[in-house]
Structures are given as structure tokens and as C-alpha cells.
Design a protein around this ligand. Structure first.
Ligand SMILES: *Cc1c(COP(=O)(O)O)cnc(C)c1O
Length: 321
């Protein structure tokens, strides 16, 4: 759909996937006024198709729009649009466990102008694609590089919303991590380079002794829908859960004294991604014990059981399409 000041959102339609033409002076290409989100639809064991927390993703899309001075979408309309797209594309949804239809809404500034300003025109589109199982051979722990050189976001900036602007700047550190053989970067706070914020594009959780810890949403951390699901589910499963700042020094100490049991990331793509090794200031630390019953695996199994309709959803997170 398109937006201009007079007509507001107009011309909403679902077309076959196609390229579109844009003016090279479109503001999005120059000043990055652009947002996106990402969610999934699942083919369940009962043959029903389910969305997971669709309303929460749509609400976050609008929060991102407000922060980037973009027009909001009507939430009910947008939800229904996504549900309709899923229905139209239902034959493309892969059926085996772990696979999904990935849904990517975007909004971009389309006014042609070279001055830095809030665009008057926008384009909003939603694309979808089939995605394979994230874990093909079981739960696969990854290695991460803790960088105290590069940072992702600072309080007062845009780290807490899904705007395109946040991601290009992360690529350099991510490539550096990959060159060293590490899958992701662990981001520390931008001021003291001390407190853990995120892992790549995932939220971060630690299990120290029997407590699950995640940093609070302090303004530079993205409020992941999966993060929220992990918190709520962990509480209802009876785990002790706290949101607090945790420094990398504290983490290293807890690895050394054996109190650190697990570190994992959470996000829509992998749901839960366990971490097996940290590299910090040139020293590696092992952070995964595959011989114990990991909380990360329990949470992964519980969340995916809801997504694939294997268990009754008492949270009200899933909706059949
Ligand atoms: C999308 C994203 C997450 C995870 O959010 P989910 O809603 O769980 O997918 C975490 N951090 C960043 C920077 C992100 O862009």
C-alpha cells in the first residue's frame, strides 16, 4: 500500500511477488527512513496453520513507525492483511517441524527529495518466504565474539526499534567475528563497554546457578517478542527469572567459578540459540554443557510445541489462520 498526506494509506493490494520501480532520490536511499519486522506462520501437526503473537509484532511495527516519524498502520487491518497473505500462500508453507513461512513487513520513505527531512510519502509492503529448519541436526550451540571495540546502539538512539539504520552499522563487526570463526557478536553497552546488551540480532539470557537473567529494556535493547515469550514461559514453568544489568566481568567470573550454567540468544529466526563459547579480550571461555538438561532446550521445546500445535496454548499467543 502507499501513503501520501492527503489520501493517507491507499491502494492496498496483494500482488504476485514482483520488483518495483523507485525514484533514485527517494528519501529512504539517502537517509534511511525505513523500518521492518519479522514473524512466522507455522504448519501444525494437526494440519492447521498458526501465527504466533501476530498482534505483538504488528504493535512493534507501529512503535518503530512512530520513532522514525512514519505513519502508523491500522493494526486490525494490517493483521488481517497478513492473515490473508498467509492464506493465499498457504501451499508454500513447508510442512516439516522447524520449517515456517517467514513474513517480513517493511515501510520505506518514498518521497523524492535530496533534503534531510521527514518524507511525505511512503510505501508499505509485506513479503513472505519459506524457511527451512534452523536446527537441522539437533540443537546447535554457536560461538560468539564479545567485542569491546564496536557497539550497536546507545540509549536515546534507535537500538530499541527495528529500523534499517541499526543493521548496516553492525556488519563490519559481524564480518570480523566470522573471519575469526565466530557466528555472532555479543554487544556490550556503548558507554562503559561493560554491560551485556544483545547477541547479534538476538536478545541475551544467562542462567547463573538456577536463576535466568536478562538485561532490562533500557532504551538500547530491542524488545524481542521471543524475549517476552521466554520470560513469561520461564516464570510459568517455575523458574526464577530476573531482569538486571549484568557485566561481562561478572559473566567471566561466573564461568570461572562454575556458577554459569548457560548463555543463549532468543529471536524469531532460531527461537533459542545456545552459546557454547565466548571469546573476550583474546581468551576463550566454554559456556555449554551438553550433558545436562539445559533450560534453553526446555524453553525451545515448549515454545515450538505451541507454534506447531503440539500443545494447548494457554497463553493465547497462537491463532489459526
Ligand atoms: C528482531 C531483533 C531481536 C529479536 O526479536 P524477536 O521479536 O524475538 O524476533 C533482537 N535484537 C535485535 C537487534 C533484533 O533486530
Amino acid at each position: 500500500m502507499e501513503f501520501d498526506k492527503d489520501k493517507k494509506w491507499y491502494n492496498a493490494r496483494i500482488d504476485p511477488y514482483h520488483a518495483f520501480r523507485m525514484d533514485p532520490a527517494s528519501l529512504v536511499f539517502h537517509y534511511g527512513q525505513s523500518i521492518f519486522d519479522g514473524m512466522k506462520a507455522f504448519y501444525g501437526v494437526d494440519g492447521k496453520i498458526r501465527t504466533f503473537r501476530l498482534t505483538d509484532y504488528v504493535k512493534r511495527f507501529n512503535r518503530s513507525a512512530r520513532r522514525l516519524c512514519m505513519p502508523e498502520v491500522d493494526e486490525d487491518f494490517f493483521r488481517e492483511t497478513i492473515r490473508t497473505l498467509i492464506r493465499i500462500d498457504k501451499d508454500w508453507i513447508p510442512k516439516s517441524k522447524g520449517t515456517a513461512l517467514y513474513i517480513r513487513p517493511c515501510m520505506i520513505a518514498s518521497e523524492a527529495s535530496l533534503g534531510v527531512k521527514v518524507s511525505s510519502d511512503y510505501l508499505c509492503f509485506v513479503i513472505a518466504c519459506a524457511v527451512g529448519a534452523y536446527y537441522k541436526e539437533g540443537f546447535n550451540p554457536i560461538k560468539i565474539w564479545v567485542t569491546d571495540e564496536y557497539t550497536r546502539a546507545v540509549k536515546g538512539g534507535t537500538g530499541d526499534v527495528k529500523t534499517t539504520c541499526n543493521y548496516g552499522g553492525c556488519l563490519f563487526a559481524e564480518r570480523k567475528a566470522a573471519e575469526m570463526g565466530y557466528t555472532q557478536v555479543m554487544w556490550l553497552d556503548a558507554i562503559e563497554r561493560k554491560y551485556v546488551e544483545e547477541i547479534g540480532t538476538m536478545n541475551v539470557f544467562l542462567v547463573i546457578d538456577e536463576t535466568i537473567i536478562t538485561p532490562p529494556l533500557n532504551g538500547s535493547i530491542l524488545a524481542g517478542v521471543t524475549r517476552d515469550s521466554v520470560l513469561k514461559m520461564a516464570i510459568s514453568l517455575g523458574y526464577k527469572v530476573i531482569e538486571k544489568n549484568i557485566s561481562i566481568d561478572e559473566i567471566i567470573r561466573s564461568v570461572e567459578d562454575g556458577s554459569l550454567k548457560e548463555i543463549f540468544g532468543s529471536g524469531t529466526a532460531a527461537v533459542i540459540s545456545p552459546i557454547k563459547e565466548l571469546l573476550y579480550k583474546g581468551i576463550t571461555y566454554a559456556t555449554y554443557d551438553g550433558t545436562r538438561k539445559n533450560i534453553s532446550k526446555i524453553l525451545f521445546d515448549e515454545i515450538t510445541a505451541l507454534q506447531y500445535g503440539e500443545k494447548k496454548d494457554s497463553y493465547g499467543w497462537t491463532e489459526t489462520v
